[in-house]
Ligand binder design. Structure first.
Ligand code: ADP
Ligand code: MG
Length: 253
């Protein structure tokens, strides 16, 4: 599904990613953890096609095409979805209006007709229930006046409606109460299938107790410094990232 090789990227002349290698097979859920400022959001944003970054080396293959050659809209149409760490508010633009435009843009890209209004509303009604949102919230301006947790539920709502092939969720679990965390986890598990892959950027083991990842990678200093199975989260929770750096350094010497 996704093959990242030696990816280097800069922001305003400052190197942030320093040779990221990451392989995510189709059908798998991979978690990316790592200290603050290690480049996790940078990586997520670059994959989604945000253009504030300069790619200075490396390649990203997605579904056997070069992802970096596609613009953000094309990537979305090809099934890439980014759940933002900080979802933006777009007052005055209804959530449902935006979603329907997104669904139809993708259908147009595939040469399909626009979605039938009744079918769209049926899908909305069943999906809002899945994420614990009211119809009133679904119709409101995008994230307008939503609490932090409601914004994260809304990201999952959008993801479930768009059924992406590759979902990248940037700290969608941060700031959630236990019920919202379970809802978010259920949403992620609901999309889990042999045809789809998911990248979960997270700081906390608690999400990974509800969504058991196939692999966990630790990003530090703009590189993947450690990869392992789900048990790596326990190790990190017990010892922190600092211990990992010491281990890595002593292994190298
Ligand atoms: P993480 O998500 O792992 O906490 P980020 O990818 O958000 O880390 O940031 C990595 C580093 O890049 C940080 O030091 C951050 O300050 C810097 N950075 C990210 N975006 C910008 C930007 N637009 N301008 C300048 N520095 C940036
Ligand atoms: Mg981040």
């Amino acid at each position: 599904m996704l093959d990242i090789k030696n990816l280097h990227a800069e922001v305003e002349g400052q190197p942030i990613l320093n040779g990221v290698d990451l392989h995510i097979p189709t059908g798998e859920v991979h978690a990316i953890m790592g200290p603050n400022g290690s480049g996790k959001s940078t990586l997520a944003n670059i994959l989604a096609g945000r253009d504030d970054y300069e790619i200075t080396a490396g390649s990203v293959d997605y579904d056997s095409q070069s992802l970096l050659d596609l613009d953000a809209e094309q990537r979305a149409c090809e099934g890439v979805f980014l759940g933002f760490q900080y979802p933006v508010e777009i007052p005055g633009v209804s959530n449902l209006y935006l979603l329907r435009a997104a669904v139809n843009a993708r259908r147009a890209y595939r040469g399909e007709d626009e979605i039938d209004a009744m079918d769209f509303m049926k899908q909305v009604q069943s999906t809002v229930g899945d994420v614990g949102m009211s119809m009133e919230m679904a119709k409101r301006g995008v994230n307008e006046g939503f609490s932090g947790g409601e914004k994260k539920r809304n990201e999952i709502f959008q993801m479930l409606m768009l059924e992406p092939k590759l979902s990248i969720l940037d700290e969608t679990d941060s700031g959630l109460d236990i019920d919202a965390l379970k809802t978010v986890a259920n949403g992620i598990n609901q999309l889990r299938s042999p045809e789809r892959s998911t990248i979960l950027v997270t700081h906390y083991k608690r999400l990974l107790e509800h969504v058991i990842p196939d692999r966990i990678h630790v990003l530090a200093g703009g590189q993947v410094v450690r990869s392992g199975g789900p048990e790596l989260a326990d190790h990190l929770e017990a010892h922190g990232y600092a211990a990992l750096e010491t281990e890595t350094a002593s292994a190298a010497s």
